[in-house]
Ligand binder design. Sequence first.
Ligand code: GDP
Ligand code: MG
Length: 453
Amino acid sequence: TLSERLSGTLRDLRGKGRLSETDIDATAREIRIALLEADVALPVVRSFIAKVKERAKGAEVSQALNPAQQVVKIVNEELIGILGGETRRLALAKEPPSVIMLAGLQGSGKTTLAGKLAYWLHNQGHTPLLVAADLQRPNAVNQLQIVGERAGVPTFAPHPGASATAGADPSLGPGDPVEVARHGVQHARDKMYDVVIVDTAGRLGVDEELMRQAADIRDAVQPDETLFVVDAMIGQDAVATAEAFRDGVGFTGVVLTKLDGDARGGAALSVREVTGQPILFASNGEKLADFDVFHPDRMASRILGMGDLLTLIEQAEQVFDAEQSAKTAAKIGTGELTLEDFLEQMLAIRKMGPIGNILGMLPGANTGQMKDALAQVDDKQLDRLQAIIRGMTPAERADPKIINGSRRLRIANGSGVTVSDINDLVNRFFEARKMMKQMAGQLGFGGTQRQSK
Ligand code: GDP
Ligand code: MG
């Protein structure tokens, strides 16, 4: 995967004093292969690599970060840039009703999305109306009504009496999706619904009739937003499909679905870059609530597979004194961390915010074991740890191994805790030191950098 490749590449950069041209080229090659493997379209890969190279070459050698961390930062920032930078909000009409039309291939998740979007808008105090303009499949109308009911939102359907909650026009024949869409929007206007979500038909592949019908519906309802719905799992096909919809119907935004699958996000990168249209939402499951506004930074992290490691790097840059940080990083890498360092780091880290949030940003934080461990960390506990360490002599902090039974009793009495609390702290410290040493090795934060210091 991309993350494995990148971490391999980045590990190779560990210990280098600055980014040389050769380093950058080698890294760029690896990133290129990795992106292609993640199903990112070739032209997108090319422009991405060009940007990263350009920036890496111009980059000043940072005081706070080693070269590996610097490359992570640049790759991440460029990824976020390509994915759209800031989150783009849904553009609603000044005068209701706003019309949102959904377009995309069959099975891409339009109907499911219609329900999620309706639910989401409803929860924000809007009064959405779903319009069933997919008359292609016998069950399509019914499927929309079911998701609508779950979302607590009425559905406008072509058959009289088909929906208990919204009116249907009895003069409508069952067969014309364009007319259904038009009447649906009129119905919303009459009944004061403020957002209309028009579900449309898709085909298994791009075809002319599908495009013509979608374009006719578009002309009939004049959408404020046309959302192209695309299955994140379709990989390379995403580009051709997106281009066909862009040319055939036109769209103002993209929704990525099925992100709960193992797709690495290559489709996201490609569609955004090739069509120039922003990704507005991400869908990640079959339930109504499996849905969120799209966050370019989170997607970048997903593609890199490194949790929010970058956020941590950024915060570290702000909070840590660069010198101190280099010294500590070196100590972590060699396993020489002392309780004194531990205390200092703890104080520095606590400036960043509640401890659970910070630890939660580490790679692997969402795996079962880490999650359980995180649930047990709280700030009160840290206050206690701080008090215990303050109750130790400098010699004890520097070399926790000397903390024997009688010292433990003295410290416990001094800081108002029990001996078993002290045992706990010391044991955990040794464990943590071992773990951090391993992690530092994996991430390329090892103790070999800054030898020149
Ligand atoms: P449409 O043909 O574009 O209307 O697609 P549907 O909304 O009917 O979705 C097709 C299938 O994909 C259905 O079985 C949905 O339950 C499923 N689906 C839709 N969105 C998601 C998603 O985000 N994650 C997962 N796992 N399944 C989804
Ligand atoms: Mg559908």
